[in-house]
Ligand binder design. Sequence first.
Ligand code: FES
Length: 119
Amino acid sequence: MTNAAPQRPHRTGLRQAELDPTRGKHVSTPWGSFALYVVDGEVLCAQAFCPHMDGPLFEGTLTQGANGEVSIVCPWHMWRYDVRTGKRIDLAGLLDRRCLTRLAATIDQDGTILLAPCT
Ligand code: FES
């Protein structure tokens, strides 16, 4: 995220119905590359590329655990992140605390997904 990035919401041009519930949808924003996910009717947004070595995290598989945890696994080296919190949640993550940057997603009156920095 750069200091020059706007703080007002960014219109993605996408609607929730266009999202695949099993994987991320890559979107370019004023704050960089992010991925949209839809989980139980809620749109979530986290950085598209992995903090480890920039793997295409948005191409990973989205899974929901019995405890409600929603995770995305990087297809390159299998680091696993909680999409809701951005925290790394695989076992090795106990030593490496890199997290995903997230954006807040809302739905505009016309159904378009809007993104903004988390407050
Ligand atoms: S690039 Fe994602 S785990 Fe290595």
